[in-house]
Write a protein that binds this ligand. Structure first.
Ligand SMILES: [Zn+2]
Length: 300
């Protein structure tokens, strides 16, 4: 563990920023040049999880400046700030200490020792209302899953997400039942969902559902419960970290999209009811005058 002789891998700056927790001191590969104490390097675009309601997904984050020059004399403390390209709201800042830097000028590669001593916001602190409503108190596990996913830890990410889905089975079913009732869906689906909810295991519960969910809850024409069921039923016993990462990503995307669809379905229903009520009120007003002509209203 504390063996200093163990050779650490050299990480690309992009992977170091997104994948290393604060406190990591690592050899990092920069694209640029080092001359004397001066190091000039390119700041890469990052693929980060954006928690803004408009995104709730991995998006491109652009650095506020695309190139930096620092003096390593003896150390350089710098902040690198980012903003989400899609929503232009979410920001991310890293605090780094660059110590040694060695240039390999032929291919514009600089190898530096960099300590990441902070990052804001921490991925598990940010939370959005839609996903939070769907997964309730397991939001911490969800963001640990996101963190693991960001770091390329497939087995960990899959395990966290599976825990969220299994723990919050009742809540996920309740939210879907609520929307089906609000939409006035006919047929057996509500009864089936209520019966299935009593199963302790998520995958078994989903197996009991035979009727179709409303189209507004489907993802790309697929039942989101079936998609989750398929991702969770895969045995990860012998699966590679890479395969688990792909499965974990599918689970996160489906959960996020389901949360969005549930929210959107309720919102649309509310808007529709508002519009219908407005028209009905107008019709009533027009058919029965507000003030009766015979003067039965109270006057002073
Ligand atoms: Zn965003």
């Amino acid at each position: 563990m504390g063996d200093k002789s163990v050779k650490q891998p050299v990480l690309a700056l992009k992977d170091f920023l997104t994948g290393s927790p604060p406190g990591t001191l690592c050899s990092v590969r920069l694209t640029g040049v080092a001359a004397g104490i001066s190091v000039q390097f390119k700041v890469p675009v990052l693929n980060l999880y954006c928690t803004d309601e408009a995104c709730e997904d991995f998006t491109q984050f652009d650095p506020n400046v695309s190139e930096r020059t620092v003096h390593v004399n003896p150390d350089a403390d710098i902040f690198i700030s980012y903003r989400c390209r899609h929503c232009r709201r979410s920001q991310k800042t890293y605090a780094l200490r660059i110590t040694e830097a060695e240039s390999f000028t032929l291919n514009e590669i600089v190898e530096a020792r960099i300590l990441k001593y902070g990052e804001l916001p921490e991925v598990n602190l940010a939370l959005t209302s839609r996903i939070s409503k769907l997964i309730g108190q397991d939001r911490d596990f969800f963001y640990k899953g996101v963190k693991a996913e960001c770091s390329g830890l497939g087995i960990a990410a899959f395990t966290y997400y599976r825990r969220v889905v299994e723990n919050q089975k009742d809540r996920i079913f309740d939210e879907i039942i609520k929307v089906c009732k609000r939409l006035g869906v006919t047929g057996d689906i509500v009864a089936e969902l209520e019966k299935a909810k009593k199963e302790t295991q998520f995958t078994k519960a989903v197996g009991l559902i035979k009727s179709e969910l409303p189209d507004s809850l489907k993802i790309d024409n697929h039942n989101p419960l079936t998609l989750l069921h398929d991702a969770l039923s895969d045995s990860i016993h012998n699966a590679s970290d890479e395969d688990c990462l792909a499965l974990a990503q599918s689970i996160r995307v489906v959960l996020s999209k389901l949360a969005e669809n549930l929210n959107f379905a309720l919102q649309q229903k509310a808007e529709l009811m508002g519009a219908v009520n407005l028209l009905l009120n107008r019709k009533n007003k027009n058919s029965s005058p507000e003030k009766p002509a015979n003067g039965s209203t109270k006057t002073d």
